[in-house]
Design a protein around this ligand. Sequence first.
Ligand SMILES: [Fe+2]
Length: 265
Amino acid sequence: MARLLHLSDLHAVAVNMRASELLDSNALLRTAIDALSERLPAIGPIDAVLVTGDISDDGSADSYAIARAELSRLGLPIFVIPGNHDRRAALREAFADTTPMPDDGPLDWVADVAGTRIVGLDTLVEGQGGGKLRARSLDHLAQALAQSKDQSVVIALHHPPLRTGIRFMDAIGLENAEALEGILRRHGGPLRVLAGHVHGVYHAMLGGHPVVTAPSTCSAFAFDRRREAPVGFMLGPLGFAVLDTAPGGVWTACPLAMGDGPYGF
Ligand SMILES: [Fe+2]
């Protein structure tokens, strides 16, 4: 059984810059790591931290150095996959020593952590918001699943294979979720898909397996499905998620800011 800390969409920026010219995402990341450091003892020992993309907002080397330094404060193995804001070369440069990435091509990888097989899939199409899974990534997944025996499997990708109903996010979703579904449907063992991108908590099923998305550490999107919904981000709620991969284990999303308490019943 593995216990994973699932973070997403950090959107780190170069020094003194702000995401979308407004958001001090580096300070928000620092605050999030401070809060996590305080709360992890209550959650229990964690085997690794898994970040489902948009580690950087601007793709700069500085932003990756900042994100890496903040994440390292948790003292855990770090696994990352790229999101639409990331740049492969800079991401690889900053994280290749902790995530088993290939030297070139899509940043697909597989890692066995405490008996659980984690498969990282690269959906990034540099220069565009939407994502897709290339044939090479799908082959990588099929092979990783075929060799997984009876292990629990976690698939991590940035663009979730689900539709939130938020129009401006669905417009930049995963192009070929059906290709992923075909592979998942053939896999009978325990498997979960973890994603990010939508800066909020969503759950769906794909090929008989659950798909969940984690909140972001820096911003959120209103659950507004109207055609005229304003396009933009909210300053919260912010959060993180935790997954226990044991049979019957939960994936749960936690807000970073808690209310006061606990008060007696
Ligand atoms: Fe994002």
